[in-house]
Design a protein around this ligand. Structure first.
Ligand code: PNS
Length: 162
């Protein structure tokens, strides 16, 4: 039984994230999409609770092959994995830049708790999609619908005032 976690800020969750969730759901028995951040120190476009709500909405119409839940966490990832009996961390890799950012975390998480990280190479359709760029485009009034699940696109457009 493989229980995995896909952690991230998800501010907001993009189609690239959703693609990783769908693909990972075919390889594990249970998956938690974990919105990280401290609910008492809101920063970013959406507070943690809203990111969680939006992720849940997006997952309603996703092609999921195992039970997928959404949760949030403001502490160390390995404390969450240990407390929830999770044996695998799932991440997406768009480029070597992501790799440089991710590999120290993967090594330290493994050293701290023995938990391994599995990387999914981002589908080429989403290789340039990031939550930060999507927010920037929306802030300047650009259309971000092609990068986001439909319910999230509407919420981002409204929050960014576009
Ligand atoms: O979407 P992001 O911001 O790239 O996600 C990074 C995230 C949240 C996965 C990473 O910062 C994380 O694991 N945060 C939890 C705190 C933690 O465990 N940090 C040490 C990692 S070695």
């Amino acid at each position: 039984m493989v229980k995995a976690v896909f952690p991230g800020s998800f501010d907001p969750l993009t189609l690239g994230h959703l693609d990783v969730v769908e693909r990972a759901s075919a390889h594990v028995d249970e998956l938690v999409v974990l919105v990280t951040g401290n609910p008492n120190k809101p920063s970013g476009l959406f507070p943690v609770e809203r990111r969680e709500e939006l992720a849940k909405e997006a997952l309603r119409t996703a092609d999921l092959r195992c039970p997928v839940t959404v949760d949030h966490w403001g502490g160390l990832l390995v404390d969450y994995t240990s407390a929830n009996d999770i044996g695998l961390i799932v991440k997406g890799l768009r480029s070597s830049l992501d790799y440089e950012y991710e590999w120290p975390m993967a090594q330290l998480n493994r050293r701290l708790s023995g938990v391994d990280t599995a990387f999914y190479v981002t589908d080429e359709r989403y290789a340039k999609v990031s939550s930060s760029l999507v927010k920037e485009i929306a802030r300047f009034g650009g259309d971000v619908a092609e990068f986001l699940p439909a319910p999230i696109a509407a919420a981002v457009a409204e929050a960014a005032g576009s």
